[in-house]
Design a protein around this ligand. Structure first.
Ligand SMILES: C[S@@+](CC[C@H](N)C(=O)[O-])C[C@H]1O[C@@H](n2cnc3c(N)ncnc32)[C@H](O)[C@@H]1O
Length: 274
C-alpha cells in the first residue's frame, strides 16, 4: 500500500480527506452498485519487473507520463490533440518498482508549494502556486464524497435553493466512435467535496484555465479526478480549471455571473451537468 503524503489542511469546518470516500449509505440499489465499484480492484496489471516501466515494452499501463527535460518531474505526455481519454497508473498489484516506475504520479498525492488563499479576483477562496509549474504537471486530485446520481440531484437542488457555493463536480468520460468522428459517453463520476474534501475543492473556474482535469485510475475502476497544468504556470498565479469540461458544450443556463474576466469569458458559470 502506498502512503499518500498530503500536508494541506482546511481553514474552515471541512473534514480533510486524502482521497475519495463514499457518500453515506442511503439504502438504494444505486448506492450498492457504487459501493461495489468503490471496493473493487482493477485486475489488469503491468508485467514490468525491471526498474523503469516505460523501458519495458511489455508494460501495459505506461505511456501517459514523461520526465520534463528541465524540471525533471513527471508530466503528462503532450496532449495537444486531446486524444488522451484517461490515465491508468500502475497499481498495488503491478510488479514494477514503486519508486522507479514512471507510470505512478497521482498516487503520491498533491504537489508541494500550493497555497489556499483569499482570491481578490473571485472574492472567495482559491488556490495559487508559490513556484513555477511546468505544463502537464500534476497539481492535485479533486477529492470528495462519491455520489450516486440521485444524491447529486438532491444536493444540487439544495445548493440552488439556498444560493450556496456549489462544489459538486461531474466527470464525464467519453470514448471515440468507431469512425473517430464522434464521442460517446461511457462513464460518469460525481464528486462532492462540500463537507469532506481536499485542497482541490478550492480551485475556481476560468473560461481560459491554466489547469485541466483527467480521469485517473489506479486501483479502483472509479476514476480519481486529476487536475494537471494545461500550460506552464508561473509562481503566484491562481490555479483554475474549466468547470464545464472541454468536450461537452457547457450548460450556461445557471446565470451565476462568472468572475474569471478572461478575454473569452462567456459571462456565466457553467452548470454541473449530470
Ligand atoms: C469549488 S468552489 C471553489 C472555491 C470557492 N471559491 C471557495 O471559496 O471555497 C466553487 C464555487 O466557487 C465560486 N466560483 C468558482 N469559480 C467562479 C467564477 N469563475 N466566478 C464566480 N464564482 C466562482 C462559486 O461560488 C462556485 O460555486
Amino acid at each position: 500500500m502506498i502512503e499518500i503524503c498530503d500536508d494541506y489542511d482546511h481553514k474552515d469546518f471541512v473534514e480533510y480527506i486524502l482521497e475519495n470516500v463514499l457518500m453515506p449509505d442511503d439504502g438504494s440499489e444505486e448506492f450498492k452498485r457504487l459501493k461495489d465499484d468503490y471496493n473493487s480492484q482493477i485486475t489488469s496489471t503491468c508485467t514490468c519487473v525491471i526498474k523503469n516501466c516505460n523501458n519495458n515494452i511489455d508494460c501495459c499501463h505506461g505511456g501517459y507520463f514523461k520526465y520534463h527535460p528541465v524540471n525533471k518531474e513527471l508530466v503528462l505526455v503532450n496532449n495537444e490533440d486531446k486524444s488522451l481519454p484517461s490515465v491508468t497508473e500502475c497499481n498495488d498489484f503491478c510488479k514494477c518498482d514503486l519508486q522507479h516506475c514512471n507510470n505512478r504520479l497521482v498516487q503520491f498525492g498533491p504537489r508541494k508549494k500550493l497555497e489556499i488563499f483569499h482570491s481578490p479576483q473571485y472574492k472567495s477562496m482559491g488556490v495559487r502556486t508559490l513556484i513555477d509549474i511546468p505544463c502537464g504537471a500534476f497539481i492535485c486530485e479533486y477529492a470528495g464524497e462519491l455520489l450516486t446520481l440521485a444524491e447529486a440531484k438532491r444536493r444540487l437542488d439544495f445548493v440552488d435553493n439556498c444560493d450556496k457555493m456549489n462544489f459538486i463536480l461531474c466527470l464525464h468520460e467519453f470514448t471515440k466512435s468507431k469512425d473517430n468522428t464522434d464521442y460517446q459517453a461511457s462513464q460518469v463520476t460525481i464528486v462532492d467535496p462540500t463537507c469532506r474534501g481536499n485542497i482541490g475543492r478550492y480551485l475556481n473556474h476560468s473560461c481560459l484555465p491554466n489547469c485541466e482535469i483527467f480521469a485517473v485510475r489506479i486501483n479502483c475502476p472509479i476514476p480519481k479526478i486529476g487536475i494537471f497544468a494545461k500550460r506552464n504556470i508561473y509562481a503566484n498565479e491562481e490555479l483554475c480549471f474549466h468547470y464545464g469540461g472541454e468536450i461537452l458544450s457547457p450548460d450556461l443556463t445557471n446565470g451565476k455571473p462568472c468572475l474569471c474576466s478572461a478575454p473569452n469569458c462567456v459571462g456565466v458559470l457553467p452548470n454541473t451537468r449530470i
